[in-house]
Ligand binder design. Structure first.
Ligand code: SAM
Length: 284
């Protein structure tokens, strides 16, 4: 198939999330034909281009220069050039730079054409076995514990599947927080290192996830997408505000007793509630 690229057009091109073979024929043709490739990290994109024998002219577009780069790309389009936008992995503008650039190009009146392909959230969903007719993409949770808990409390009643991105150094804490906020009974899938040598799709309950991650250092290495079942409308009362319950218990009871009762009332994970109780008491 020969893709004929249009002049004065921005193509938003999805690239592999690990396995360099995961690139579409259209993506390769667009990357070959584009006058300029706007890339999040030019070294990463260079490896992909080299693998496919493409000699592209690269321009860096990352979160720290996206506004300036947008002006540069718009100027190139004004000259009638074709520009391809890529990120380091997967689909640009999904938890990646690109939205600002696309917005500026559209605002300037030039066409934007998506070239769909890999996306790590879609990859895990497709192999999760969960009915994914409704899912909520939550991206990365905030790194500050209090902010993370606030976001999770808001998500507790969501009936759609929840999809999270997480970094390896935070994944263990993340599943503990998910368990505390959403209850331990929900099923989940931990998608790790997708399309790579150590690809893992681990199915478990939320209250089993922390133990699985701790069981082997390798389980915490690499890149992660977490998919968690939504709140079951029939068991909605389970979506309690664990933090609020624990605060009330801690006002009245010693810590250990408050945690034990909290576990029975909320169905939350004991270790997670213990950690939260210590935080609430100002002990950590
Ligand atoms: N735009 C990308 C996409 O379409 O998937 C996501 C970019 S975001 C900056 C990077 C995060 O995506 C990682 O921290 C991880 O949560 C997830 N991710 C990317 N590649 C992955 C892979 N091969 N396996 C598991 N998760 C991945």
């Amino acid at each position: 198939m020969v893709e004929v690229v249009n002049r004065a057009t921005l193509y938003v091109v999805a690239t592999p999330i690990g396995n360099l073979g995961d690139i579409t024929l259209r993506a390769l043709e667009v990357l070959k034909s584009a006058d300029v490739i706007a890339a999040e990290d030019t070294r990463v994109t260079m490896r992909l281009l080299e693998r496919h024998g493409i000699a592209g002219r690269l321009l860096a577009v990352h979160e720290h220069n996206e506004r300036r780069a947008s002006e540069r790309v718009t100027a190139l389009l004004a000259e009638g050039k074709t520009v391809a936008l890529v990120s380091d992995a997967g689909t640009p503008a999904i938890a990646d730079p690109g939205a600002q650039l696309v917005g500026a190009v559209r605002q300037a009146g030039y066409p934007v054409v998506p070239i769909p392909g890999p996306n790590s959230a879609a990859a895990v969903l497709s192999a999760s076995g969960f009915e994914a007719s409704r899912f909520l993409f939550c991206g990365f949770l905030p790194s500050r514990a209090s902010e993370r808990r606030r976001v999770l409390a808001e998500l507790a009643d969501q009936t759609a599947l929840l999809v999270f991105y997480e970094a390896p150094h935070r994944v263990a804490d993340c599943v503990v927080d998910l368990c505390t906020a959403l209850g331990g009974a929900r099923r989940m899938v931990i998608g790790r290192e997708l399309t790579k040598i150590h690809e893992t799709l681990h199915h478990c309950r939320l209250d089993e996830a922390a133990a699985w991650l701790q069981a082997d250092d390798n389980h915490r290495r690499g890149e992660f997408v977490l998919v968690v079942e939504g709140a079951d409308a029939a068991s909605a009362p389970e979506a309690v505000d664990v933090e609020a319950v624990l605060k009330i218990l801690l006002d009245e009871l010693p810590l250990k007793q408050a945690v034990a009762l909290g576990v029975r009332l909320t169905g939350g994970n004991r270790n997670a509630l213990y950690k939260l109780a210590l935080e609430l008491k100002g002990g950590v």
